[in-house]
Design a protein around this ligand. Structure first.
Ligand code: FES
Length: 487
């Protein structure tokens, strides 16, 4: 029976965020054994998981998809071939277990016969001991064989999870993710917020090459890039063309900082525009399927349409690298904004160049995160937040959004839906006549006694950032835990 689970797998099984489990480990509610948790402890802490199978990963994934405001992804089953291979693997594990049990059974039977033999033919002292040992063995066997313990529901669910999805561990980072449905390993890694190395996502460039340390992969998309014989023998594969047959350990390059992301130029098309207010527009661009944008959450892009161009923060998550969102403010001195509010329409081409900027997530920081946005500073903050949610590394996420009447909390429903769906996320909207940072910093100070336990990300107008930064540093907040983006 399964005894220990990785945190990612445990979170999926009980339908909780990974951060929630981390929080419970820190508070002592849940024991951790070298990063693993026991099924028994989980069942005690989440008894509902036994009663309601729907609480599992499907529910959380669905909630998260809806909360992200994305088109609800069709949750495809793995292909018939992958399913049958996973079932075959489980059958083989079961066969091994059965053979193991049979060997134990034969050993116990032989032991019982020898004890009986000793009872009948052994020396006087030995007969007595053999009889006692024989009785002990009979009682123990009776107890074990008479046990009618109900099957462990979490272990059953975990077996099902292993058929529906594969668990991948990346070396050397030890990041983890799951490959669901018909996803390639690359798509699944990006969806989980990992910045693995890749280029064309189409089997041509070889940049997504990674070494399979253990486990099996299967080609699900054709690729033109040819791996050398030596690479094949060392276990290299293309993440954009393969899926995981079962659980995998891979060695893959990951981008840790903006310098790792190459500059790109891509012609995207306007997929949709939506008014977010009288003077604010959501611009949704889509890149070609075979030329997606690699970027880190919180970065900017240069957008050019005809003669007009502007540098704007990306307001969406790199986990969906084809669909890019921007919040465009009406501004008579900004040629791109004028064009966006004037003549740009669905299907028009917009050239993207970049990405730029180092306002990115410290993805491996164990601290909880405070996001502070002023007006359209929400755009890069939204990108960071969605990325943090996909990564599930932070225990708690807080969003303080100060909005002036000019923009208002233009995506308040989205923020509220995050707060409803995720128990480790809190949303605090603050309305103000002017973008004055005093109110928001005072509020944060009142809500959190120890700000040093956080990483803080600030985005908004220059005056707001200046005041907020000064106030935080004056309160002794460490500069190294503070990141800011001026819009
Ligand atoms: S990303 Fe180019 S071959 Fe995979």
């Amino acid at each position: 029976m399964l005894q220990r689970l990785s945190l990612s797998r445990a979170a999926r099984l009980v339908g909780a965020a990974r951060g929630t489990l981390q929080q419970k480990i820190q508070s002592g509610e849940l024991r951790s054994f070298d990063g693993m948790v026991s099924v028994g402890d989980l069942m005690q802490l989440f008894p509902a998981a036994q009663l309601d199978r729907d609480i599992g990963f499907e529910r959380v994934a669905k909630i998260r998809d809806e909360a992200f405001g994305k088109r609800l992804r069709e949750r495809l089953l793995p292909s018939q071939e992958i399913l049958s291979q996973r079932l075959f693997e489980q059958g083989r594990e079961l066969g091994d277990l059965r053979a193991h049990l049979q060997r134990y059974h034969a050993m116990v039977v032989e032991l019982r016969e020898r004890l009986r033999d000793e009872e009948e033919h052994g020396a006087d002292g030995a007969r007595n001991s053999a009889a006692k040992l024989g009785e002990l063995l009979d009682r123990a066997l009776e107890a074990v064989l008479g046990e009618t313990e109900a099957p462990n529901e979490l272990a059953v669910m975990d077996d099902m999870l292993r058929v529906m999805s594969a668990h991948v561990v990346v070396r050397p980072s030890r990041h983890e993710f799951f490959v669901d449905g018909a996803d390639t390993i690359l798509d699944a890694a990006l969806r989980s917020g990992l910045a693995v190395n890749y280029g064309c996502s189409n089997g041509n460039c070889g940049l997504c090459k990674a070494r399979v340390v253990s486990g099996q992969v299967q080609k699900v998309r054709p690729h033109d890039y040819v791996l050398s014989e030596a690479e094949k023998q060392q276990g290299y594969t293309l993440l954009c063309s393969h899926t995981a047959v079962g659980d995998l350990v891979i060695e893959a390059l990951e981008s840790a900082e903006p310098a790792d992301i190459p500059q790109q130029q891509i012609v995207a098309r306007i997929k949709a525009t939506q008014a977010l207010g009288d003077d604010l527009m959501l611009l949704h661009l889509q890149t070609p399927r075979t030329n997606r944008l690699r970027f880190l959450a919180g970065q900017n892009l240069t957008l050019t349409a005809g003669e007009a161009s502007a540098q704007l923060p990306i307001a969406s998550c790199p986990c969906d690298d084809r669909n890019l969102q921007f919040h465009v403010v009406r501004d008579t001195e900004d040629s791109f904004a004028q064009r966006a509010f004037g003549s740009l329409k669905t299907g028009d081409a917009v050239t993207l160049f970049g990405p730029w900027g180092d306002f990115v997530l410290r993805a491996d920081s164990p601290r909880s995160i405070l996001f502070i946005a002023c007006d359209t500073g929400f755009a890069p903050i939204k990108s960071l937040l969605e990325h943090a949610m996909a990564l599930e590394v932070s225990e708690r996420l807080y969003l303080y959004w100060l909005a002036t009447p000019r923009s208002g909390h233009y995506l308040a429903n989205l923020c509220r839906s995050w707060a409803d769906a995720l128990d480790n996320f809190s949303y605090v909207p603050i309305a103000a006549e002017h973008g004055d940072a005093h109110e928001v910093v005072r509020r944060i100070g009142a809500d959190h006694a120890d700000l040093n336990a956080f990483d803080i990300y600030l985005a908004g107008p220059e005056a707001f950032i200046g005041t907020a930064t000064t106030m935080l540093l004056e309160r002794g907040f460490p500069k190294t835990q503070l990141s800011a983006a001026i819009l």
